[in-house]
Design a protein around this ligand. Structure first.
Ligand code: 5GP
Ligand code: ZN
Length: 143
């Protein structure tokens, strides 16, 4: 997509520290990492977020994440690894081209990922789940 920086990076038009590339995606070092070794899996075809990502690409991204996490464990010996991705500005997405973060974690590191758990709202929890369940039942798309 014109003007999309991750389209250009994924296509190799803008240089990046690439750890893996194939016909569908590129895995690069995040330019402002949460921790050293922070990687991004970027599909070559533009999709703004997970809802726009073709199913086959979603599968390929997850299978690549599995390989990259294994390699990260071997190469960097972290104590843990976060795999995450943000959808929408309100969720922290700043680059509107789908990407998955792979972040090595070490005990006592300063990386902040998380939330304050909500307490004592079982009816609200069930009500929100019910709304998603209903919406899911209205689609016949299955993985
Ligand atoms: P988001 O907040 O959208 O989930 O994540 C965007 C990520 O892309 C951020 O971690 C940011 O550091 C990274 N990023 C933004 N621009 C560039 C760039 O030009 N090159 C690389 N390698 N990473 C970038
Ligand atoms: Zn793009």
């Amino acid at each position: 997509m014109d003007g999309c920086i991750f389209c250009k990076i994924a296509a190799g038009e803008i240089p990046s520290a690439t750890v893996y590339e194939d016909e569908d995606l590129r895995v690069i070092a995040d330019i402002s990492p949460a921790n050293l070794g922070h990687l991004l899996i970027i599909p070559k075809e533009h999709a703004a977020d997970l809802t726009e990502l073709p199913a086959e690409t979603a599968c390929k991204v997850m299978l690549t994440a599995k390989r990259v996490v294994a390699a990260m464990k071997k190469g960097l010996c972290p104590d843990g690894v976060n795999v995450l991705q943000n959808n929408g500005e309100a969720a922290g997405q700043t680059v509107m081209h789908y990407h998955m973060h792979i972040i090595p974690r070490y005990r006592g590191d300063q990386v902040k990922i998380g939330w304050e758990p909500m307490q004592g709202q079982p009816e609200a929890v069930a009500g929100a789940a019910e709304k998603v369940k209903k919406a899911l039942e209205e689609t016949d798309e299955r993985p």
